[in-house]
Design a protein around this ligand. Structure first.
Ligand SMILES: [Zn+2]
Length: 449
């Protein structure tokens, strides 16, 4: 029959499966290029698909239908007539009640053919639980895709540069991808292990453009986002803490947090036993800002007198001197020894970083007292202001010596979140944003079983 002309005048090359030629009986039903299907009633092929899908009796592949024009394979699965089935609630063998209306599931493609599973799932009548639809072995309850397809889609999403790219590669719509993401996150959250949770970070991040924020709770040990809420108020931070159970909150030993009062208040309330540790990079950010203010004011004064000494020096005062080029090093050495105000401010900032290296609290306290005295006498107002703020928060700065934690650990996560944000351009809702952050940054077990 190979090469036999079809009605449409095309020649058809038959498919082969398990050594047999399929399509023994074309029955005149195949018209290429038009939207008509073709049923293949070949036992070997049905068994073959049964094996591929991992289904066994009482489920059977009843029909494999090729829709050539749409490049689609439809596989119809049926439950063996008269066979009892287990109740999905209690597991008891029950008589069939009826068959639910037909449902379809997208499965992994067969070659380049989109593959759809179809079945009418039996409903059982359980004496305890009433009429229930049984669960099917190829998909999770409520899923629109087979387990294998969901697994594959999750891998593609994790590897893709954007959700949009992944959707395009798999021929899925936004809603379908969203369905997969959401279910994967739900699965992951329900299985998440939290036993080792002891050091966490609470941090803010801008959301959308403008003055819109989200707050994140991060497991610093495992570098994973635990949850996200909208806003950065005390109420938002309390809601964030409430995403953990009382028992989980009870095992928190230390929290990395900046000097943002709403976060501090919420943490004192929700994890009273935990030590609060101010992020050392946040502290040095304040000191850098003070140095910069001193430089700007002094540069203005000098320029008024026609002195360009500080022109173009901004970066030099902020960079780490160990990263300077030779030329920068020479220029900076001259400025540093110039006796300018900004040079004194810079020295104060540099000196402060020694605090983080102390092992004993007593010595660190003495160091801070001396540093504070020196800065107070310096009359460098922006610096004095920061020093006073640090003094107010000193207890939660010294906790760093016991718990050397910082939110900078989450920097890698932040860049991922940034990518999620720029890829999405205008989330329909905060909830979509949260789902994606947890999918990509939650280190969850996302796969169906
Ligand atoms: Zn039951």
């Amino acid at each position: 029959m190979e090469g036999e002309p079809l009605r449409a005048g095309l020649r058809f090359a038959p498919l082969h499966c398990a050594g047999q030629t399929i399509l023994e009986d074309l029955d005149g039903g195949l018209v290429l290029g038009q939207n008509e299907g073709m049923n293949i009633s070949d036992n070997e092929l049905q068994k073959h698909y049964g094996l591929l899908l991992g289904v066994s009796l009482p489920w059977q592949v009843a029909e494999v239908k090729l829709e050539l024009a749409e490049k689609r394979v439809k596989i119809c699965l049926v439950w063996q007539e008269g066979r009892k089935a287990p109740c999905p609630v209690c597991g008891q063998e029950c008589a069939l009640y009826d068959l639910a209306p037909e449902r379809t599931w997208r499965h992994l493609d067969t070659m380049q053919f989109e593959t759809i599973l179809r079945a009418r799932t039996p409903r059982v009548e359980c004496s305890t639980d009433g009429v229930k639809t049984i669960s099917v072995p190829w998909a999770e309850p409520g899923g629109r895709f087979s387990r294998l397809f969901e697994r594959f889609a999750i891998d593609v999403l994790l590897c893709a540069r954007s959700v949009k790219q992944a959707a395009g590669l798999m021929g899925l719509s936004w809603d379908e991808v969203d369905h997969i993401l959401r279910r994967a996150v739900e699965r992951g959250l329900s299985r998440r292990e939290m036993e080792s949770l002891s050091h966490v970070g609470i941090d803010e991040k801008s959301f959308r453009s403008g003055q819109s924020y989200i707050s994140l709770l991060t497991d610093l040990k495992q570098s994973r986002v635990l949850d996200v809420v909208e806003g950065r108020t005390q109420e938002a931070a309390e809601a964030l803490w409430d995403t953990l159970s009382a028992e989980q909150r009870g095992q928190i030993e230390a929290v990395a947090v900046d000097m943002w009062e709403p976060f501090l208040n919420a943490s004192r309330l929700k994890v009273p036993q935990a030590e609060l540790v101010h992020d050392k990079f946040h502290v040095s950010g304040h000191l850098n800002e003070a140095v910069d203010q001193v430089r700007r004011a002094e540069h203005k004064e000098l320029m008024a007198a026609g002195d360009e000494t500080l022109k173009g020096s901004r970066q030099l005062w902020l960079y780490n001197p160990t990263n300077f080029s030779e030329e920068q090093a020479v220029n900076f050495a001259a400025l540093r020894d110039s006796g300018l105000k900004v040079a004194r401010a810079w020295a104060a900032k540099e000196l402060f970083s020694r605090l983080w290296t102390y092992r004993y609290e007593g010595a660190a306290r003495r160091f801070f007292r001396d540093w504070f005295g020196w800065v107070s006498r310096s009359r460098l107002r922006p610096l004095v202001k920061v020093a006073r703020m640090l003094k107010t928060h000193l207890e939660n700065i010294l906790t760093y010596l016991r718990h050397p934690i910082t939110n900078a650990v989450t920097e890698g996560l932040n860049s991922k979140i940034q990518m999620i944000k720029s890829n999405a351009r205008g989330f329909r809702s905060f909830d979509n944003y949260r789902t994606r952050i947890l999918f990509f940054c939650g280190k969850l077990n996302l796969y169906p079983l």
